[in-house]
Design a protein around this ligand. Sequence first.
Ligand code: ZN
Length: 310
Amino acid sequence: MNPSLRVVMYHYVRDLPNTGFPRIKGMLTSEFRRQLAHLRASYEMATLESALDYLQGVYTPRRDLCLLTFDDGLKDHYTDVTPLLLDHDIQGMFFLITSCLHDGQMVPVHMNHFLMATLDFPEYRQAFLDGLTNMSPDSKPLMEVDEALAQRTYRWDAPDVAAFKYLFNFVLDDHLRDSVLKNLFTEKLGDVRTFGRELYLNAAEARKMQAAGMILGGHSHRHKPLSSLSDDELETDLKTCHQILLESLYPQPFWPFCYPYGKQDSFTAETSRQLQQLGFCCSFSTEIGLNMTGGHLFELRRLDCKDVSM
Ligand SMILES: [Zn+2]
Protein backbone atom coordinates (compact mmCIF):
# COMPACT_ATOMS: atom_id res chain seq x y z
CA MET A 1 0.00 0.00 0.00
CA ASN A 2 1.28 3.43 -0.89
CA PRO A 3 1.31 5.82 2.02
CA SER A 4 -1.06 8.79 1.91
CA LEU A 5 -1.07 12.27 3.39
CA ARG A 6 -4.04 13.22 5.53
CA VAL A 7 -4.40 16.87 6.43
CA VAL A 8 -6.64 17.63 9.39
CA MET A 9 -8.36 21.02 9.64
CA TYR A 10 -9.29 22.83 12.83
CA HIS A 11 -10.96 26.17 13.56
CA TYR A 12 -11.94 27.08 17.15
CA VAL A 13 -10.10 24.98 19.76
CA ARG A 14 -10.98 26.22 23.24
CA ASP A 15 -12.21 25.32 26.67
CA LEU A 16 -15.72 26.21 25.52
CA PRO A 17 -17.74 25.85 28.77
CA ASN A 18 -15.38 28.33 30.45
CA THR A 19 -15.57 30.98 27.74
CA GLY A 20 -18.19 33.69 27.33
CA PHE A 21 -19.53 31.80 24.28
CA PRO A 22 -20.00 28.12 25.17
CA ARG A 23 -22.24 27.63 22.09
CA ILE A 24 -19.48 28.40 19.58
CA LYS A 25 -18.97 25.33 17.41
CA GLY A 26 -15.46 24.17 18.06
CA MET A 27 -13.31 21.46 19.54
CA LEU A 28 -12.71 21.32 23.27
CA THR A 29 -9.08 21.72 24.28
CA SER A 30 -9.35 18.41 26.19
CA GLU A 31 -10.65 16.62 23.06
CA PHE A 32 -7.85 18.16 21.04
CA ARG A 33 -5.27 16.85 23.52
CA ARG A 34 -6.72 13.34 23.21
CA GLN A 35 -6.83 13.59 19.44
CA LEU A 36 -3.17 14.58 19.29
CA ALA A 37 -2.19 11.49 21.29
CA HIS A 38 -4.25 9.31 18.95
CA LEU A 39 -2.86 10.87 15.77
CA ARG A 40 0.70 10.70 17.01
CA ALA A 41 0.28 6.97 17.78
CA SER A 42 -1.34 6.21 14.40
CA TYR A 43 0.60 8.29 11.86
CA GLU A 44 3.91 9.88 11.06
CA MET A 45 3.28 13.53 11.94
CA ALA A 46 4.34 15.61 8.94
CA THR A 47 5.99 18.99 8.74
CA LEU A 48 5.24 21.26 5.80
CA GLU A 49 8.58 20.24 4.31
CA SER A 50 8.08 16.49 4.67
CA ALA A 51 4.55 16.82 3.27
CA LEU A 52 5.80 18.76 0.22
CA ASP A 53 8.61 16.23 -0.30
CA TYR A 54 6.10 13.39 -0.14
CA LEU A 55 3.72 15.10 -2.57
CA GLN A 56 6.57 15.71 -5.01
CA GLY A 57 7.79 12.13 -4.78
CA VAL A 58 11.15 12.75 -3.13
CA TYR A 59 10.22 11.25 0.25
CA THR A 60 8.50 7.95 0.97
CA PRO A 61 7.39 7.64 4.57
CA ARG A 62 6.99 4.20 6.18
CA ARG A 63 3.57 5.09 7.56
CA ASP A 64 0.78 7.40 6.41
CA LEU A 65 1.55 11.06 7.01
CA CYS A 66 -0.67 13.40 8.98
CA LEU A 67 -0.43 17.20 8.87
CA LEU A 68 -2.39 19.55 11.13
CA THR A 69 -3.83 22.85 9.88
CA PHE A 70 -5.64 25.66 11.72
CA ASP A 71 -7.71 28.25 9.90
CA ASP A 72 -8.53 31.92 10.57
CA GLY A 73 -5.65 33.06 12.82
CA LEU A 74 -7.59 32.76 16.06
CA LYS A 75 -6.09 33.65 19.42
CA ASP A 76 -6.98 30.07 20.55
CA HIS A 77 -4.20 28.86 18.30
CA TYR A 78 -1.66 30.75 20.37
CA THR A 79 -3.14 30.15 23.84
CA ASP A 80 -4.51 26.60 23.57
CA VAL A 81 -3.13 24.90 20.47
CA THR A 82 0.55 25.82 20.22
CA PRO A 83 1.46 24.72 23.79
CA LEU A 84 -0.15 21.30 23.20
CA LEU A 85 1.54 20.87 19.83
CA LEU A 86 4.87 21.67 21.45
CA ASP A 87 4.19 19.09 24.20
CA HIS A 88 3.66 16.47 21.49
CA ASP A 89 6.50 17.70 19.28
CA ILE A 90 4.14 18.38 16.35
CA GLN A 91 4.35 21.22 13.83
CA GLY A 92 1.09 23.01 13.06
CA MET A 93 0.21 25.18 10.08
CA PHE A 94 -1.77 28.35 10.85
CA PHE A 95 -3.58 30.37 8.20
CA LEU A 96 -4.05 34.08 8.87
CA ILE A 97 -6.66 36.46 7.52
CA THR A 98 -4.36 39.44 7.10
CA SER A 99 -7.01 42.19 7.52
CA CYS A 100 -7.67 40.72 10.99
CA LEU A 101 -3.97 40.54 11.84
CA HIS A 102 -3.21 43.95 10.50
CA ASP A 103 -5.98 46.28 11.57
CA GLY A 104 -8.19 44.40 13.98
CA GLN A 105 -11.04 43.98 11.50
CA MET A 106 -13.51 41.19 12.09
CA VAL A 107 -14.69 39.24 9.09
CA PRO A 108 -18.46 38.83 8.70
CA VAL A 109 -18.36 35.04 8.98
CA HIS A 110 -16.99 35.35 12.53
CA MET A 111 -19.41 38.10 13.58
CA ASN A 112 -22.07 35.67 12.45
CA HIS A 113 -20.65 32.82 14.57
CA PHE A 114 -20.67 34.93 17.74
CA LEU A 115 -24.12 36.37 17.15
CA MET A 116 -25.42 32.85 16.58
CA ALA A 117 -23.75 31.72 19.80
CA THR A 118 -25.42 34.59 21.67
CA LEU A 119 -28.97 34.76 20.28
CA ASP A 120 -31.33 31.90 19.64
CA PHE A 121 -31.30 31.17 15.95
CA PRO A 122 -34.91 32.26 15.18
CA GLU A 123 -34.30 35.51 17.12
CA TYR A 124 -31.06 36.15 15.25
CA ARG A 125 -32.52 35.43 11.85
CA GLN A 126 -35.48 37.72 12.57
CA ALA A 127 -33.24 40.55 13.89
CA PHE A 128 -31.03 40.21 10.82
CA LEU A 129 -33.88 40.16 8.32
CA ASP A 130 -35.51 43.16 10.11
CA GLY A 131 -32.21 45.06 9.88
CA LEU A 132 -32.03 44.19 6.20
CA THR A 133 -35.55 45.49 5.58
CA ASN A 134 -34.85 48.69 7.57
CA MET A 135 -31.70 49.45 5.68
CA SER A 136 -33.03 48.53 2.29
CA PRO A 137 -36.86 48.70 2.33
CA ASP A 138 -37.14 47.45 -1.26
CA SER A 139 -35.07 44.32 -0.79
CA LYS A 140 -36.91 41.11 -0.17
CA PRO A 141 -34.91 38.95 2.21
CA LEU A 142 -33.58 36.39 -0.19
CA MET A 143 -34.46 32.95 0.96
CA GLU A 144 -33.90 31.47 -2.47
CA VAL A 145 -30.97 29.33 -1.49
CA ASP A 146 -29.94 26.06 -3.10
CA GLU A 147 -30.55 23.97 0.02
CA ALA A 148 -28.54 20.95 -1.13
CA LEU A 149 -25.51 23.13 -1.82
CA ALA A 150 -26.01 24.92 1.50
CA GLN A 151 -26.07 21.59 3.32
CA ARG A 152 -22.97 20.38 1.49
CA THR A 153 -21.16 23.59 2.45
CA TYR A 154 -22.24 23.46 6.11
CA ARG A 155 -22.37 19.76 6.82
CA TRP A 156 -22.55 20.09 10.60
CA ASP A 157 -25.50 22.50 10.70
CA ALA A 158 -29.24 21.92 10.70
CA PRO A 159 -30.85 22.66 7.27
CA ASP A 160 -32.37 26.04 8.29
CA VAL A 161 -29.06 27.19 9.81
CA ALA A 162 -27.09 25.98 6.78
CA ALA A 163 -29.50 27.83 4.45
CA PHE A 164 -29.14 31.06 6.47
CA LYS A 165 -25.34 30.82 6.53
CA TYR A 166 -25.32 30.21 2.79
CA LEU A 167 -27.60 33.19 2.15
CA PHE A 168 -25.36 35.25 4.37
CA ASN A 169 -21.98 34.16 2.97
CA PHE A 170 -22.74 33.64 -0.71
CA VAL A 171 -25.99 35.32 -1.75
CA LEU A 172 -26.43 38.76 -0.15
CA ASP A 173 -24.80 41.93 -1.43
CA ASP A 174 -21.66 42.35 0.68
CA HIS A 175 -22.06 46.00 1.63
CA LEU A 176 -25.65 45.69 2.68
CA ARG A 177 -25.03 42.49 4.61
CA ASP A 178 -21.97 43.91 6.38
CA SER A 179 -23.77 47.10 7.46
CA VAL A 180 -26.71 45.16 8.86
CA LEU A 181 -24.36 42.77 10.59
CA LYS A 182 -22.12 45.42 12.07
CA ASN A 183 -25.10 47.30 13.55
CA LEU A 184 -26.48 44.12 15.05
CA PHE A 185 -23.07 43.03 16.37
CA THR A 186 -22.41 46.41 17.99
CA GLU A 187 -25.85 46.40 19.57
CA LYS A 188 -25.54 42.89 21.02
CA LEU A 189 -21.80 42.38 21.58
CA GLY A 190 -20.14 45.79 21.65
CA ASP A 191 -17.33 47.41 19.70
CA VAL A 192 -16.19 45.29 16.76
CA ARG A 193 -12.48 46.17 16.93
CA THR A 194 -12.24 45.54 20.66
CA PHE A 195 -13.81 42.14 20.09
CA GLY A 196 -11.52 41.47 17.11
CA ARG A 197 -8.40 42.17 19.16
CA GLU A 198 -9.49 39.45 21.61
CA LEU A 199 -10.46 37.01 18.90
CA TYR A 200 -7.48 37.05 16.52
CA LEU A 201 -3.76 36.56 16.83
CA ASN A 202 -1.65 39.68 16.64
CA ALA A 203 1.65 39.78 14.76
CA ALA A 204 3.79 39.43 17.91
CA GLU A 205 1.95 36.23 18.87
CA ALA A 206 2.24 34.89 15.34
CA ARG A 207 6.01 35.50 15.40
CA LYS A 208 6.32 33.69 18.74
CA MET A 209 4.57 30.72 17.14
CA GLN A 210 7.04 30.80 14.24
CA ALA A 211 9.95 30.99 16.70
CA ALA A 212 8.54 27.85 18.37
CA GLY A 213 8.64 25.98 15.03
CA MET A 214 5.12 26.56 13.76
CA ILE A 215 4.41 27.50 10.13
CA LEU A 216 2.22 30.47 9.29
CA GLY A 217 0.41 30.89 6.01
CA GLY A 218 -2.10 33.05 4.15
CA HIS A 219 -5.89 32.74 4.26
CA SER A 220 -6.49 35.80 2.03
CA HIS A 221 -6.76 39.43 3.15
CA ARG A 222 -10.51 39.75 3.55
CA HIS A 223 -11.78 36.16 3.69
CA LYS A 224 -14.12 36.43 0.72
CA PRO A 225 -14.94 33.48 -1.54
CA LEU A 226 -12.08 34.08 -4.01
CA SER A 227 -14.01 32.79 -7.02
CA SER A 228 -16.49 35.66 -6.52
CA LEU A 229 -13.81 38.36 -7.06
CA SER A 230 -12.84 39.93 -10.38
CA ASP A 231 -9.27 39.21 -11.52
CA ASP A 232 -8.21 42.67 -10.29
CA GLU A 233 -9.89 42.30 -6.91
CA LEU A 234 -8.34 38.87 -6.58
CA GLU A 235 -4.90 40.20 -7.38
CA THR A 236 -5.25 43.03 -4.84
CA ASP A 237 -6.48 40.69 -2.12
CA LEU A 238 -3.78 38.05 -2.61
CA LYS A 239 -0.95 40.57 -3.03
CA THR A 240 -2.02 42.44 0.12
CA CYS A 241 -2.17 39.17 2.04
CA HIS A 242 1.28 38.12 0.83
CA GLN A 243 2.81 41.52 1.54
CA ILE A 244 1.45 41.69 5.10
CA LEU A 245 2.74 38.19 5.85
CA LEU A 246 6.22 39.16 4.65
CA GLU A 247 6.20 42.47 6.50
CA SER A 248 4.68 41.30 9.79
CA LEU A 249 6.23 37.87 10.27
CA TYR A 250 9.65 36.22 10.28
CA PRO A 251 10.92 34.85 6.96
CA GLN A 252 9.96 31.27 6.09
CA PRO A 253 11.38 29.06 3.32
CA PHE A 254 7.82 28.11 2.30
CA TRP A 255 4.53 29.98 2.61
CA PRO A 256 1.40 27.83 2.32
CA PHE A 257 -2.07 29.18 1.60
CA CYS A 258 -5.56 28.05 2.46
CA TYR A 259 -8.69 29.05 0.50
CA PRO A 260 -11.45 30.82 2.47
CA TYR A 261 -14.51 28.51 2.56
CA GLY A 262 -12.45 26.16 0.43
CA LYS A 263 -14.94 24.05 -1.50
CA GLN A 264 -14.12 23.45 -5.17
CA ASP A 265 -16.44 26.31 -6.21
CA SER A 266 -14.74 28.88 -3.94
CA PHE A 267 -11.53 29.12 -5.99
CA THR A 268 -10.52 28.84 -9.64
CA ALA A 269 -7.50 27.99 -11.79
CA GLU A 270 -6.78 31.74 -11.84
CA THR A 271 -6.65 31.76 -8.02
CA SER A 272 -4.01 28.99 -8.01
CA ARG A 273 -2.09 30.69 -10.81
CA GLN A 274 -1.86 33.97 -8.91
CA LEU A 275 -0.86 32.21 -5.69
CA GLN A 276 1.93 30.39 -7.51
CA GLN A 277 3.08 33.60 -9.09
CA LEU A 278 3.31 35.25 -5.66
CA GLY A 279 5.48 32.37 -4.47
CA PHE A 280 3.07 30.42 -2.26
CA CYS A 281 4.15 26.75 -2.19
CA CYS A 282 0.76 25.04 -2.02
CA SER A 283 -2.86 25.63 -1.07
CA PHE A 284 -5.40 23.71 0.99
CA SER A 285 -9.09 23.34 0.17
CA THR A 286 -11.89 22.02 2.36
CA GLU A 287 -12.75 19.27 -0.10
CA ILE A 288 -12.72 16.03 1.87
CA GLY A 289 -10.12 13.40 1.10
CA LEU A 290 -6.56 12.12 1.34
CA ASN A 291 -3.62 13.32 -0.77
CA MET A 292 -1.21 11.14 -2.74
CA THR A 293 2.19 11.71 -4.34
CA GLY A 294 1.75 13.64 -7.59
CA GLY A 295 -1.48 15.32 -6.42
CA HIS A 296 -2.16 18.96 -7.33
CA LEU A 297 -0.29 21.17 -4.83
CA PHE A 298 -2.93 23.90 -5.06
CA GLU A 299 -5.93 21.64 -4.53
CA LEU A 300 -4.92 19.75 -1.41
CA ARG A 301 -7.73 17.97 0.36
CA ARG A 302 -8.39 17.89 4.06
CA LEU A 303 -10.39 16.09 6.72
CA ASP A 304 -12.43 17.93 9.31
CA CYS A 305 -11.16 17.29 12.85
CA LYS A 306 -14.60 15.82 13.64
CA ASP A 307 -14.02 13.17 10.95
CA VAL A 308 -10.92 11.93 12.73
CA SER A 309 -11.34 9.44 15.55
CA MET A 310 -10.02 10.29 18.99
ZN1 ZN B 1 -11.58 30.67 7.11
